[in-house]
Ligand binder design. Structure first.
Ligand code: G6P
Ligand code: MN
Ligand code: MN
Length: 433
């Protein structure tokens, strides 16, 4: 038997992972999938499980699917555990987006103050899950999508007994796909180095079949060939001078850091009209679940592509495939640095190309950080360390330091009010504070 447990199985994204599993069944022969959710997610997970059954039947497969609210029971004999939870749901996300904006700061679910609170809510829950995994199925790989994915993965690797944890994100995957599209080749022929942290990762040195195409890509990344941006992020585009002079490919989240004023202005206009991404996602979810309920639906609907995490299953399934089959191919994941970036400690989690073996990811060494972004990456990692410390301890001083250290906050006069309002708004989900 080969068993997959999806924690947060009621997520509207789950049909993707079902599709990914079915597509790869000949090489990654899952026999059992268990969708786990909590009481509040019961209705959603039932709908997803029914859809999953129809998808499996349509594919003439006989993988056994079920759902449960009993995590510990679900974990028995699991081989892979994926985690895609949202503590506090979309209501909490809406607060993460709105409160910072009301104080004049970027409001985003994984960046700035919103990302910090998301981490604070999520760390205690994910540690509990990792402890259960370690106790019940210690051999299982835990593949974490839960945001902020890099921070959560580091918190687990440092503070939970389970060490088989890998963090993933669809951003590097899409950056590579988009480089391939721009260069008009197949993504399988392209290699792209990734340097940095989750949602703060840069691409460097594009090669096609071993030949450097960085110049070519840089030239083409002009206004006609914009870089990929997922549905959830406003796209303001990059100037040619940025790409050419940095000699690095930014990810869409970098706009918050290197175009802060323009991003803030754009977010502010939406905020004044009462619009947030959380609200849009709520709408989209409603629509998706009414589609999922249709007994005639037997495959993943196209509308799912309007979610920012579209195609995350490609990342998850490719990773599980390589772990299971010891493929030793290169994939971009969040894992321990272990010397890959000279300036960072071994136990820091970074987003990096790794050779994926049955024993886990082996980072391909980068060496020293590029001078142009060395300070920014070190600052972000120092900030993440503070978030993890505060998320574990519930210590107010550490939380304050984390807020002030964030490049999107850094405003002594306004930090305390922002922090206090956000802590108060989330108290129900912050047992550690
Ligand atoms: C991107 C990020 C994910 C994030 C998603 C949000 O793909 O990599 O980490 O969860 O966007 O999308 P949403 O549709 O929820 O706004
Ligand atoms: Mn087994
Ligand atoms: Mn991500």
């Amino acid at each position: 038997t080969l068993k997959l447990v999806v924690i947060g199985g009621g997520s509207s994204y789950t049909p993707e992972i079902i599709e990914g599993v079915l597509k790869r069944h000949h090489q990654l022969p899952f026999t059992e999938i268990v969708l786990v959710d909590i009481e509040e997610g019961k209705e959603k997970v039932t709908i997803i499980a029914e859809l999953a059954k129809r998808m499996i039947k349509e594919a003439r497969n006989n993988i056994n699917v079920c759902w449960t609210l009993d995590l510990e029971h679900a974990l028995q004999d699991a081989d892979f555990v994926t985690t895609q939870i949202r503590v506090g749901g979309l209501d909490a996300r809406e607060r993460d987006e709105r409160i910072p904006l009301s104080h004049g700061f970027i409001g985003q679910e994984t960046n700035g103050a919103g990302g910090i609170l998301k981490a604070f809510r999520t760390i205690p829950v994910m540690i509990q899950i990792a402890e259960a995994v370690h106790r019940i199925c210690p051999q299982a790989w835990m593949i974490n999508f839960t945001n902020p994915a890099g921070i959560i993965t580091e918190a687990l690797l440092q503070h939970s007994p389970h060490k088989k944890v890998i963090g993933v994100c669809n951003i590097p995957y899409h950056m590579k796909q988009s480089a391939a599209e721009i260069l008009e080749v197949d993504a399988a022929q392209v290699s792209l180095e990734f340097i940095g942290l989750n949602h703060f990762v840069f691409g460097r040195c594009v090669q096609i079949n071993g030949i450097d195409y960085t110049e070519e890509l840089t030239k083409k990344l002009d206004d006609n060939h914009v870089t990929y941006s997922p549905a959830n992020i406003i796209q303001l585009d990059w100037s040619q001078s940025f790409i050419r002079n940095m000699k690095l490919i930014p990810n869409p989240y970098h706009q918050y850091y290197y175009q802060t004023r323009d991003m803030l202005a754009t977010e502010w206009r939406a905020y004044e009209n009462g619009e947030t991404r959380a609200k849009a996602v709520k709408q989209l979810e409603k629509q998706l679940f009414s589609i999922y309920k249709d007994p005639a639906l037997t495959k993943k609907p196209e509308q799912l592509e309007e979610r920012g995490g579209a195609f995350y299953s490609e990342v998850a399934c490719r990773l599980m495939d390589s772990l299971y089959n010891n493929r030793k191919d290169i994939q971009t994941v969040n894992t321990l640095n272990n010397g890959a970036i000279k300036e960072l400690p071994d136990n820091a989690v970074i987003e990096i190309n790794c050779k994926i073996t049955k024993n886990g990811p082996n980072p391909v060494a980068i060496g020293s950080l590029p001078a142009a972004v060395k300070g920014d990456i070190l600052q972000m990692k120092a900030f993440e360390e503070l978030v993890i410390a505060a998320g574990i301890s519930g210590n107010y001083q550490q939380a304050y330091q984390a807020f002030l250290a964030n490049p999107l906050i850094k405003d002594e006069k306004r930090t305390k009010a922002l922090l206090d309002e956000m802590l108060a708004a989330n108290l129900k989900e912050l047992p550690q504070f």
